[in-house]
Design a protein around this ligand. Sequence first.
Ligand code: KIV
Ligand code: ZN
Length: 385
Amino acid sequence: MSRIKIFDTTLRDGEQSPGVNLNKLEKLEIAKQLERLGVDIMEAGFPASSEGDFEAVKLIADTIKDTSVTGLSRTVKSDIDTAWEALKGAAEPRLHLFLATSPIHMEYKLKMTPEQVVEQSVNMVSYARKRFPQVEWSAEDATRSDWDFLAKIIEKVINAGATVINLPDTTGYTTPAEYGKMFRYMRETVPNIHKVDLSCHCHNDLGMAVANSISAVENGVTQVEGTINGIGERAGNVALEEVAIALKIRSDFYPYETSLKLNEIKRSSDLISKLTGMHVQANKAVIGRNAYAHESGIHQDGVLKNPETYEIITPELVGVSSNTLFLGKHSGRHAFKDKVKEFGIELTDEQIKEAFKHFKKLTDHKKEVTDDDIYTIVMEIKTDA
Ligand code: KIV
Ligand code: ZN
């Protein structure tokens, strides 16, 4: 099994979700949970972007000792100096430099020539390496960049001292086959690429972020970047819990492992959802409220006989206490009987039949039948007897 490093950017790219604004104590609380979750690297923020972010990154770097802490920086000396002040107390100070390499970004956003982008990247990587033992360089908008230009600049920034090369799908534009091919091309073309960790960073604009990240892993990437709950700019970043669970559940197919303590996933997801105010959609993979809930009678009957009939992930694996049998209009008598048993109420077969009839009637009018509704029906039948 090869080890894939998990780089969490919930506190930086995740915080760039519209409407999310965490204060430094909230960030620290999340950082502590990310440490418990076992991420290899956490990106705590962008120190030069604001005084608040500087302070948050500094507090996290000074506190978190079991996880490598990094911060984002533009390829300018003042950003790097500010990042050093924030990160110098970290167990292993690490800097994340980025500069765009796609024609559209270089021409319209940066107003720089490709040669200037190479020169600035090389100079700033070597400047950063004077202090930081670990420097990651990201080619922003890599997936819309020219591959030969990318190969050339990657070789140069590695020679300048970069220890990690990240090729982000900044706009969520790539496909699994294309992204995998791009990493394979770089590994076959860049002579010194074996000296660094290769990293992927996917956004979810086309809903392919998990598939793209896994394709990158299959093509030699040793680090996956993403966020918990998939929060982030626009449609978000790749959801790290989905990547980790996909690798785990299909380990027959994917010979890779991560350091994540999977049973801390639910706690991490809940905390981040609470502090960011970004709710997790009910049907979200791995962690949504309905991910371990069954409503139809046929499914409920199967799960009661053997959960593996309809569950490929056990809820306990991700820290969810148990599955739930959701009682609605598609539910059958088995699950209903089970619920009555849970209440500790004894009914005869005839009474169960009668109560189930009342329950079914109610489901025609009410979207969500609660435990209280069922309790009331059952008690009415019981006391009528
Ligand atoms: O999506 C992106 O390109 C980024 C970079 C700053 C790494 O978040
Ligand atoms: Zn990003």
